[in-house]
Design a protein around this ligand. Sequence first.
Ligand code: F3S
Length: 396
Amino acid sequence: MYLTKEQERMLDGEHGEIVARMMHLLVRLGEIYKADKMITIASAQIAGVSYKSIGDPGLEFLKDIANKGARVKVLTYLNPAGIDIEAWQDIGFPGDFAKKQMEIIDAFRQMGVNITATCTPYLAGNLPRFHEHIAWSESSAVSFANSVLGARTNREGGPSALAAAITGFTPNYGLHIGENRRPEVVVKVSAELKSISDFGALGYLVGKEVKNKIPYFIGIKHAGVDELKALGAAMAASGAVALYHVAGITPEASIFENELKLEGIEIGNEEIKKAYDELSNTADIDIVVIGCPHASIKEIAYVASKLKGKKLKKELWVTTSRAIKEIANRAGYTEIIEKAGGKVVADTCMVVSPIELMGYKRMGVNSGKAAKYLPGFCKQQVLFASIDKLLEKVVK
Ligand code: F3S
């Protein structure tokens, strides 16, 4: 792989031990995937932030490199942590867990990382432009950036995203190259998609089927940001889809429309209904959590509109980024949700927080991704349904 003089010097240790280690990791990765060179990135997004995911070994590693002077070179955001960083005590996150989590946060802060803790960085100030190269690792954010924004990133692991953040480079392979962004499977959608969770159900089905291939959807008549983030997140969870195209909607779809062989899979109303059944194994719930991927201001406004003047008989969280929560506070949505008995929880989510240690066993979600992960990762029984149906169950 070609390296510039500057990159050679980084590799040889002229910029310190940590930069050299990170450059070695990237060069190794580049060699494995036959990259021709390193490319400059505009931003990084690092997963592996929750203490639940990385434990003591991850914490020790981060503290070690932070103490040895690791510093990020580009705009760098974090994936959700395991707690609400500001309100963890009020919400009831366990103290021991919170202490460890804050040590992780402090190590990232020492490295110059923005303590954003969100899987929707594109809604919270880290918005890449079309064709910009980035190194992101949260699978749903990777999918959104590639597919909806037309930015270019591989599905990085936490360590390779951190290495890219510290060096400012990533190896040029995979989805950074235009040729590799061609669709591989056509998905004909004849189902009527009426809610965000319908898009999650569709994503769950397609991800299972296509694994890590690039799907090209035809037949989706309308999809906004919230629907597309739900679709991409679910496909990245049940499969490993890092890029998809939607005819007439996503920015690169038209480039490929003349070269599609019209074979592939078809998803109708029947299949969508089956996905709901497959992802649900309880009708009773202890808590509803909306906001996987992290809720947009529009989603929070919708929940608030449904809860205005009402009271909840069960717990309800809306999980989001700190930035979006600030907007919700100013708009009065947080107050409405809290008056009803719910919470707007920032910096974390139902999957990466230690929710199973907090007494919850049965969770209602409108996210295909959360429904897929909750049984294994959080020992939850799941009711997967639309926001409207979930609220019907928990409003008095
Ligand atoms: Fe985000 Fe947590 Fe879902 S990280 S995509 S809200 S599982």
